[in-house]
Design a protein. Sequence first.
Lengths: 286, 569
Amino acid sequence: MNRIPAALSHLLPSTLAFFTPAHGASPNAREIDTLYKITLYIALVIFFAVEVALGYALVKFRKRKGAVAAQIHGNTRLEVSWTVAAAVILVGLAVLTFAKLSSIQDPPNSGPGGAVLGEQNNLIYASSSRKLPPNGKALDITVIGRQYIWQFVYPGANEPDGLGAPYSYEELVVPTETTVSLDIVSSDVVHSWWVPELGGKFQAVPGYHNYTWFKISKPGIFRGQCAFLCGRGHARMIATVKAVPPAQFEEWLARQKQLIAQANAEAEKARAKLKAQTGAGAVENP
Amino acid sequence: MATYAPPIPEITAHRAEREATGWTSWITTTDHKRIGIMYMVLTFVFFLLGGTEALMIRLQLGAPNNTLVTPEIYNQLFTMHGTTMIFLFVVPMMAGLANYFLPLMIGARDMAFPRLNALSFWLLLAGGIVFYASLFWHPPEAGWTSYPPLSDALYSPSGGQDAWIYLIHLTGLSSLLGAINFYVTVANMRARGMSWGRLPLFVWAILTYSVLLIFALPVIAAAVTMLLTDRHFGTHFFDPTEGGSPLLWQNLFWFFGHPEVYIMVLPGFGIVSEILPVFARKPIFGYKAIAASTVAIAFLGFLTWAHHMFTTPIPEAILVFVMLSSFLIAIPTGVKMLNWIATLWRGTIEFTTPLLFCAGFIALFLIGGISGVFLAIFPVDWQLNETYFVVAHIHFVLVGGAVFPIFAAIYYWFPKITGRMLGEGLGKLSFTLMFVGVLATFLIQHVMGLDGMPRRIYEYDNVGHLALYNLISTVGSFILAAGVLVTIINVWRSLKVGVTAGPDPWKANTLEWFTSSPPPVNNFDVVPLVRSFEPMKDIRNEVQRRSGDSGAGASGTATVPAGATQVGL
């Protein structure tokens, strides 16, 4: 019995958070939240007005001795006016959405404290197939969904076919103050990329590219998980985004590259050993 | 003078048909009433199965990181639950109600094609058996939406997915034949004087339901056939590695799937539009507006399917178009809500159980309708899509918009079907438990979604207050189930000891109350001339007028001042 009042006391200060989606870490998530809140206020007014009218009608017009039901068949003027009123509210919502749309969809430039994006470290992306910041510079990361893990591939391939690029699983490390552009793909079934505090979700559909972006101002860890049923391990297909200062990011990326190279070298060695043991040609290169 | 007494002419108005008895008479019957009863009983059994699956889902989610069921069984549970409730409960339950009452309401002897009608029922049963037989092997686990590639042979090799495909085909064929039958019946077999403007609103709803089914079902039939050939015959409609497109499935599925929502709720709207005026003792407010908005919703319902695909890679122009068309559909729906409240306004409301379920419907469906507007705003949907917010939305729409009207219909029409009244005490208890249960189960799910809980996950970590929210939801689901159980007990009791109903216990407005309860095989010996959309009210008023009773009698309409209704337009 003690659990519930304790939980309620936690809830009360954060009443508004109770009614709104997670947000705060990226501008697009904040803008969606604002749009949501304005819709919520309008919705609450309509909700209470209609429920109160219903409740009032039920109580006030309950059957009583001597009461006579008014035999009204309709009222054209009233019906037309509430139809128009509903339309006006919806036009208002549409206008509001259009006003907010570009701040949600269009990525901004990286901040002054963001990572340096350029030829020198291969951290640049320029393509016409997706929305880019006004200066055309964003950290491009390919997000690959597969049963039941997220893989993140960074720019920096040293071979033309894209091989040799640094990558990571489950945890996406990004620099703060930097616009990060995501190219979301799937290598098996439909998944959905979603880290609530960094904006909306986008399906990873095999055969298609889907794009979104985020820009994190302060270091932090943001949790998300696959948001479309992808099989039995769906509930455990988690994603973490870790934002670190740009210097630390470059350091991490270099280390990641080195670790991958090391692991590749070890795998090469193991393959050679296996080949020597079983005879040449018995193990084909995959 | 010899008196001459002419023989009194005797005319047999109809050849009296003897009611067939025994179990074979049920299997061979083409009587729309018996078929209707079989529909209702069968679909209610599926409702209980689907409900049991829902309770198991809620038990699993009652605590964080619960290990009650495996992920495999969990996926099977929500696949079975969604599929059962939609294809084996709501849609065919509406067909069952329409089967029984549509011919009676329009003064017809039976459906236009009685044998086709029987075929519809037996196809439904076959679909249900095919689907539930998979329990003994391997039930499907790709969700009721069955998106490929997950539903492809590679990722779902079991026969359960094929059972799902055949369920869609068999129940789809059943619904399609039923829809054609309803349409033809309404178009051709209405009582004399029943013009389109005097059609009961439930019949308008079923007519629209039928048209929606006729347009939507061929598309899902094509889609599941393509899935079947992808799975077994080497085609690649949905296989991206061979040039197919998983998005094609999403488009085809939702082209059917969105109208399907209106297929499920429009008959509910019709039921409410019949029941509210009876217990408010007032004509429906804005008959034409309600009939027209039903048709408008049906039309717009075909333009909004891509709002289920806001997070997929589709062009922005489509996102905008679909947002606006989804907004548009809120207008006729809102108009209906206000019309129903205006129907209660200045009435003399009798708080019977059917009326309570209708009022509960308005209160709950409003929540589902409003949350639908949030989901139509596509940037907001990017946050809410595929979370428990959507689960809450669809359950307020379907439990509010379909299950509550179905329960209203059960309480309202049970006396006509069986000749006995259901208990009002148990009925009100059932309503209270169900209303509280729905609010407790689903209101909190909005918050779960806003806090980032995706749907279709078998376990979750104890972050924030998720554990508490889920516990509330689970407790709520059992309250809801208790409410359903009370109605079952009520039905069981009333079948044995219920008060005799008589032909017109509610003093209702439509023609089914003109005949005895239960109606004879031929429904009516005489069909009265219909002069308004409330023919029974006209008849009662006429009887009162002729008998010189100026209106202080026991009947409900006795309070109606003479001449106030538009009798004999």
